[in-house]
Unconditional design. Structure first.
Length: 460
């Protein structure tokens, strides 16, 4: 009705929703109640719409933000049937104990505590019966409505309703693929760790700073660790300062290594835009909080355990009402974006490449090596390569098996981002270039002579 499309549908909805209870409250409150009653797909839609005040207005968006992703649990018998069908085995072959009451139930799944045959305490997440078919059906409806809006009101196309529904579909598909959560816990358990703790609660399904801070504050208080280590991501930057304040503990961010000197643990981090590396010792009582740059430590140095570590599920008493933020739809990376921290081999170029047209030479070498192309800051600032290809203190931090630096002088701002590489090969016609100080292999020569010879050898 607000969008001014499909008046017949609006009229039918008004007729079906007539009654004193349905009519009470503001339009946004009535819509929130209707979506809550309509079921899981519509709850997710309402939560997505609560971030679109540009589409619905501030008041209606605020009313929709009160939507709770919480439904009555389905029966334990249905959960057991789903597990047996998925694993093609009876429950007593899978678990010693499976607690019937669900500890949490949301629109997509619910969680039960259980003990495996091997004696591991676990949390088992089970999708709601027929939820995948229901979402598929309802998403078809959402796409139809979005297409109707764009056709009937061309002025609304700039708000991209079809793209918004597509984002919702992608996020729901990821949320319903429980393998991602299981894989993360399994990967941690394979390392040489004593135990893996798994926090799970409906209020943590979507990231919010309040939710993460409250959950981790309770966990740290219960477990009393000596040190809390987190990845230095945009998400961590958002919530970890508040976590440090809530715990009243010291925080050291953006670290690239840890060193122990005279029994004291210090953390190295770049300062003054990478011009200086400082060793910082956090003061005050434990636990101290530390964040590490991605790629600061090579995965090859990971110590594997002799057997998988036990996994313990932690029940988080977290009420969604306590969370003040309402998350936007998941950020979608641009198509050309690349995560250089995951690359095994990198061919990086610097000022020595001279001009944009010469980048093709680096691309040919990268193709021959099965490598990604990266660059120092001047190349990206000039627009010759996108910013997501930049390595250094203001770009990505990488630790590949092979880092081939072409025409890169080796300024400290660049070195900070790549010195963790297992093998560094530098090509530079300046024999005094600082890059040679950290290179494992160095070639003093013109890259326009050296690189073609490398390509020819690789393709021979």
């Amino acid at each position: 009705e607000r969008l001014g499309v499909a008046p017949t549908v609006v009229l039918a909805a008004r007729w079906l929703g007539r009654g004193e209870a349905a009519a009470a409250g503001r339009p946004g409150e009535r819509l929130a109640r209707a979506l809550q009653e309509a079921g899981p797909s519509f709850i997710k839609l309402g939560q997505a719409l609560s971030t679109r005040s540009d589409l619905l207005g501030e008041e209606m968006a605020a009313d929709l933000s009160a939507l709770q992703d919480r439904l009555e649990p389905f029966s334990a018998a249905e959960a057991r049937d789903a597990i047996e069908a998925e694993f093609e085995a009876p429950m007593d072959h899978l678990f010693r104990r499976f607690d019937d009451p669900a500890i949490a139930a949301a629109s997509i799944a619910q969680v039960h505590f259980a003990e495996t045959i091997n004696g591991l305490e676990v949390a088992v997440k089970v999708l709601r019966p027929d939820i995948e078919e229901a979402f598929e059906r309802d998403l078809d409806l959402f796409f139809w409505v979005a297409e109707l809006v764009e056709r009937a009101r061309p002025q609304w196309r700039r708000l991209r309703p079809i793209a918004s529904v597509a984002t919702l579909a992608d996020s729901v598909a990821l949320e319903m693929d429980l393998r991602y959560e299981a894989a993360a816990a399994a990967e941690l358990a394979a390392a040489d760790v004593a135990e893996v703790l798994v926090l799970d609660a409906p209020a943590l399904q979507d990231y919010t700073a309040d939710g993460f801070v409250r959950a981790l504050t309770a966990l740290v208080a219960a477990e009393a660790p000596a040190l809390v280590v987190l990845p230095h991501t945009y998400q961590t930057r958002d919530f970890v300062p508040a976590l440090a304040v809530a715990l009243d503990r010291a925080l050291v961010t953006d670290c690239v290594r840890a060193v122990r000197r005279d029994g004291t643990l210090a953390f190295s981090r770049p300062m003054f835009q990478g011009k200086l590396m400082a060793d910082v010792v956090p003061l005050g009582p434990a636990p101290h909080l530390v964040t590490f740059q991605g790629g600061a430590v090579s995965a090859e140095g990971l110590t594997r355990g002799a057997k998988a570590a036990p996994t313990r599920a932690i029940d988080v008493a977290l009420d969604a009402v306590e969370i003040r933020q309402r998350p936007d739809a998941p950020f979608q990376e641009a198509k050309q974006a690349v995560d250089l921290s995951q690359a095994d081999r990198i061919v990086a170029v610097g000022r020595g490449i001279k001009s944009e047209e010469h980048l093709e030479l680096a691309r040919r070498l990268a193709e021959a090596l099965g490598a990604e192309v990266a660059a120092s800051r001047p190349i990206c600032d000039a627009g010759w390569l996108p910013m997501d290809r930049q390595v250094g203190s203001s770009g990505q931090t990488v630790a590949p098996t092979l880092y081939l630096a072409l025409g890169i002088s080796g300024a400290i701002q660049h070195v900070i981002g790549m010195k963790g590489a297992k093998t560094i090969v530098a090509v530079n016609k300046d024999a005094d270039a600082p890059i040679f100080e950290i290179a494992d292999y160095g070639i003093v020569g013109d890259l326009f002579d050296v690189v073609p010879a490398m390509i020819a050898a690789l393709e021979a």
